[in-house]
Design a protein around this ligand. Structure first.
Ligand code: MOS
Length: 768
């Protein structure tokens, strides 16, 4: 039985929202709770007898702890204890216990397991006190001395240490090649060749990572955790501490952004659990903004790309190799170069991908991991090729339009990219673009127009959902899904409401609790296809059951009728087109003497069918920049993002996903970079004063277009493909290409900061 869990404070659409259908723009159902503060985040959960944990972060990049002096910290009034590797509660020693649903190959970090240091900023102790203030003060008094080993955090100086990734994580396809790209490149009349580089970025969601562990009298732990999967965190805690499934519940009804940083349980979770187990009371641990820079990040990436074409623009060879940073602990891998093999029609493709291990925390997925950097390099190279050909960059893409996936020789399950190119360029006014750089000026600013193609996976995973119709006519649909701000609550309620023909305010979609029906991590832009498919399936089964009930309770009307001969409308089931020939659903339950009717559905991908197709979402991004060359300042004044992502279910939250991703793409192109002092092996600008994310003043006009597309291979139930990530892919390349068009300066590393604009053509500083 899946019923509403009151503690989750699940939002429902406000009265008057009314009937909805796929494609409508509905305001997010959790909006009011969020802006009024009614929505409680992991760090806001109250518990009687709550103790406060503050993390002590290590200060060296590599070595081991020689000594931890906790005397001064323990002497602070209110301090309950200081947990270190020497006195922590029992934890499993086996690596497998620390593997979560998204762990890459290798040996995951085990917080406070031993005195070994793997990166600067690694947690080395947890101070727990009666108050947050006492804990924070005491944390500053913990004295750690280290035995220091030599570290290496400089990717560009270590490119010669690259190796092929060892065990792969699920979802990673090592790149393959076809034809003879080297030979084609040698012989082709028009060629470009360049190196590209992308700096480290951090996710910086508004909400800091936090876990509040509420310990029940029976020892049961109810953990409010900032995570992209309550079930992933539950699994992790159970395995690390040897606690049965019934001893731990994890909840995440509200998450203030994550962007991939919450795909893996972060270290505050096991630390908070340690505190609760050690002290036998409730404990909360919240990371500071500085500590948000002390776990995974988007790894820095170096690329070499070579493109060759005939004089008419026909691509002869695509050659793309990338080296990417990982940690010593794990082979974190991203799909970086594979996109270059499926973007265009070409028979000679060479792709390569290798890792370089560094003394840093294992990188972690960040919105469109791999594609953001890989497509950047490829799409800037395509712009360079267009100029080598003296050809319009959009015309070059259309000339090489891939009707099928050339690398795998498979048809696409759906691909309306041509619509994106045409509608996007039309909306933008691309046809008026002069080809030559430096040909548009407005006052002190040079104006440039650039474009790029975007691509991302169309993924679907496995999920369960339950749909319960209550006697009072309310529908409650549940799955252990997550809403990291993406609109899950809204889109799932829309799917269920449309299915049952109910006004949206009579439907509640419940998520965010590990005891709810199985759901995957909210990642890979897959929640709509996966959880949405589950919701759709559960509602379908519920409708069939209700029809069966109608056939026995109101046989005169429904006997012998099939599901396609009836309609569900405003809480009634009736014969199609005949509203009077029916019965209220509440009456139906009352006559059957039932308080509730529940149906469950297991959503599984159509794997055999899918295998025959390449499955992707596509986009075309058009960007206008204005560059003040004297100051090196760039303003992105106009963006049109045209996206083909299957059927769009929730028009408003989908458009918000894309425009939000465009904002980040601009930020990635121009602003975001985490700097390392390689002498210390440490990220230095770990705060919002020095790590600049795009602010309101950096963002101007952004328009989102969705192409008309439907994909029943990826999503049999909904025809959808997912929009969470595609919006960021290609944006930085379009910005870089627009800067070239404005200034004639080809800048090959991101972010494109004012110093690079002032410097002019900018090669990648390998070996700096
Ligand atoms: Mo996303 S990087 O799949 O959370």
């Amino acid at each position: 039985m899946t019923d509403l869990i009151p503690e989750l404070k699940t939002p429902t659409a406000p009265a008057g929202t009314g009937r909805v259908r796929a494609g409508m723009a509905v305001s997010r159902v959790d909006g009011r709770a969020k802006v009024t503060g009614a929505a409680e985040y992991a760090a806001e959960i109250a518990a009687p007898d709550l103790a406060y944990g503050v993390v002590v972060s290590g200060t060296v990049a590599k070595g081991r702890i020689k000594r931890i002096d906790t005397a001064a910290a323990l002497a602070v009034p209110g301090v309950l204890d200081v947990l270190t590797h020497e006195n922590r509660p029992r934890m499993r020693a086996n690596d497998l216990a620390y593997k979560d649903m998204t762990a890459p190959g290798g040996s995951p970090f085990r917080p406070l397991f031993s005195g070994e240091i793997f990166w600067s900023g690694q947690p080395v102790a947890l101070v727990v006190a009666e108050t947050f203030e006492a804990a924070r003060h005491a944390a500053a008094l913990v004295l750690v001395t280290y035995e220091i080993d030599e570290h290496d955090t400089n990717l560009l100086a270590s490119l010669d240490k690259a190796y092929k990734p060892r065990p792969m994580k699920a979802g990673f396809t090592p790149p393959s090649s076809k034809g003879d790209a080297d030979a084609e490149w040698r012989d082709a009349p028009v060629r470009v060749e360049a190196e590209y580089y992308n700096a480290v970025e951090h996710h910086n969601p508004m909400e800091m990572f936090a876990s509040t562990v509420v310990r029940g009298a029976d020892g049961h732990l109810t953990i409010y955790d900032k995570t992209q999967s309550s079930q992933n965190s539950r699994w992790y805690v159970s395995h690390v501490f040897g606690l049965g499934k019934d001893k731990v519940t994890v909840r995440n009804p509200y998450v203030g952004g994550a962007f991939g940083s919450g795909l893996r349980p972060q270290y505050q979770l096991p630390l908070a659990v340690m505190g609760a187990l050690h002290l036998k009371r409730s404990v909360r641990v919240v990371l500071t903004r500085q500590q948000m820079f002390s776990f995974g990040h988007r790894p820095e990436t170096w690329h070499k790309v070579k493109l060759a074409a005939d004089r008419d623009g026909k691509l002869r060879a695509i050659w793309h190799e990338a080296l990417q940073e990982t940690s010593r602990l794990e082979d974190y891998v991203e799909v970086v170069v594979n996109w270059s093999g499926q973007l265009y029609a070409c028979e000679h493709i060479h792709l390569g991908y290798q890792l370089v291990a560094q003394d840093r925390a294992t990188p972690i997925d960040m919105r469109a991991p791999g594609a953001v950097h890989g497509v950047h390099a490829m799409e800037v190279a395509m712009d360079e090729l267009a100029y080598a050909l003296e050809m319009d960059p959009l015309a070059l893409r259309l000339k090489n339009y891939a009707e099928h996936n050339h690398l795998e020789d498979k048809p696409f399950s759906s691909k309306e990219l041509r619509q994106c190119y045409l509608q996007g360029s039309e909306r933008f006014g691309w046809k008026d673009r002069p080809l030559a750089p430096r040909s548009m000026r407005d006052g002190d600013e040079l104006v440039g127009w650039g474009m790029a193609t975007g691509i991302w996976d169309a993924m679907v995973m496995v999920a369960r959902a339950s749909a319960v119709l209550h006697a009072d006519g309310r529908l409650v649909v549940s799955s252990a899904a997550t809403d990291i701000g993406t609109g899950t609550y809204t889109v799932m309620a829309m799917i269920a409401a449309e299915q049952l023909g109910l006004p949206m305010e009579r439907v509640t979609f419940q998520l965010g609790d590990s005891t709810l029906p199985l759901a995957p991590i909210e990642g890979g832009s897959s929640h709509v296809t996966t959880v949405g498919g589950g919701v759709h399936g559960a509602c379908d089964k519920l409708k069939a059951t209700l029809l069966k009930m109608a056939q026995s309770q109101a046989a005169d009307i429904f006997k012998g009728r099939k599901i396609n001969q009836v309609e569900f409308n405003d809480g009634r089931i009736h014969l199609r087109g005949l509203p009077d020939q029916g019965i209220g659903l509440s009456d139906l339950l009352a006559r059957a003497g039932k308080e509730r009717v529940e149906e469950k559905f297991l959503m599984t991908p159509q794997l055999l069918k899918q295998r025959k197709y390449a499955r992707a979402v596509h986009s075309a991004v058009f960007v206008e920049v204005r560059v003040n060359e004297l100051l090196g300042m760039v303003r992105v004044t106009r963006v049109v993002s045209a996206v083909a992502a299957g059927r769009i279910i929730s028009a408003k939250t989908a458009a918000s996903q894309v425009s939000g991703a465009v904002v980040w793409g601009i930020s990635e192109a121009l602003h975001e970079e985490t700097f390392t002092d390689h002498r210390l092996g440490r990220f230095m600008n770990h705060n919002f004063a020095e790590y600049h994310v795009a602010a309101n003043a950096d963002i101007h006009d952004i328009q989102v277009i969705f192409a008309d597309e439907e994909d029943r291979i990826v999503s049999k139930q909904l025809g959808a493909k997912g929009v969470g990530e595609i919006g960021i892919v290609g944006v930085s390349a379009a910005v870089a290409n627009a800067i070239f068009h404005a200034t004639g300066k080809r800048l090959r590393s991101t972010p494109i900061t004012p110093d690079k604009i002032l410097m002019g053509d900018h090669e990648v500083p390998v070996g700096r």
